[in-house]
Design a protein around this ligand. Sequence first.
Ligand SMILES: [Zn+2]
Length: 331
Amino acid sequence: LSNSRARPTVDLDAPGLRRGHFVLPWSRDDSAWGALRIPFLVANGGSGPRVLVCGGNHGDEFEGPLAITRLASRLQLADVGGRLILVPFLNYPAVRAGSRTSPIDGGNMNRSFVGRRLGTLTEQFAYFVQHELVSRADAVIDLHSGGRSMQFVPFAGYHVRDGAPGESLSRELAAAFAAPIALAMTELDDEGMLDSAVEGAGKAFLTTEIGGGGSTDASSVRLADDGLCRALRHLHVLRTGDPPPAAPPRWLRNDDRGYVSAEADGLLEYHVLLGAEVRAGQLLATIHDFDSFTLVRHQVCAPIDGVFLGRRHDGLARNGDFLALIAQELA
Ligand SMILES: [Zn+2]
């Protein structure tokens, strides 16, 4: 193991299937010799692909944690060809609190990579993930949802990287997941993300945005379950499980032009339903003033033609909030 401060309670490399914890020292006023204990499963089933699956990177996104927990509860060694590591709650304190970031140190796990050995607890665990888990994987699947502040038309995405190592397998995984949308992505802000850490190491990476609003429903949970199973079957790391065949996803792409942010505070009124086709200049939302019945603070228009793929969940907007993602047909 590296000089990381976290330690697994079971051997990550030994043949067999084990459920254990990553133990990260957490010394504090009410528990001087305490620790964070983050549950995981590792299955080493002989030669084959090595895959890391994470959920709960943000603590208010629950489809991933549910799907991975369910898989971890039923998985047997005979189901696995290669190596599978399942971490349902990557930012464990955040998931326990139902918040995007850790209540311990305010850490946003997905802005903390590649981590720091002696940083905040969130940074220390990111350092462990980078050096001990990403290093043991050929492909990483990181299941996200909209969380408390956003909603999405469910999509599986990969990052456009001009033919870099791992890109074509990432694209295959986005198709295999078979969410309604497959997205060739450009991030708004990719510094410190697990995505960048994995891709920087030349590995395949699949991400998702499934639902949102800080909760789940039957269809979003089913998509996470079945999509994860389809992606793991595509990688041949999972040998069993027959998720229902899904229609091929609709392929879209996005770039910087598709992100829209609020330019005022106020009451947020959307005029268009998520998933709708919009035209450049079309009114998407109005931000109303609190103190005047007649004053419109900001009119939010679609910057380009495309599909209204993501929006803010909250009924209020503040200056700078993300309001819309418009994605375009993949040419
Ligand atoms: Zn997220």
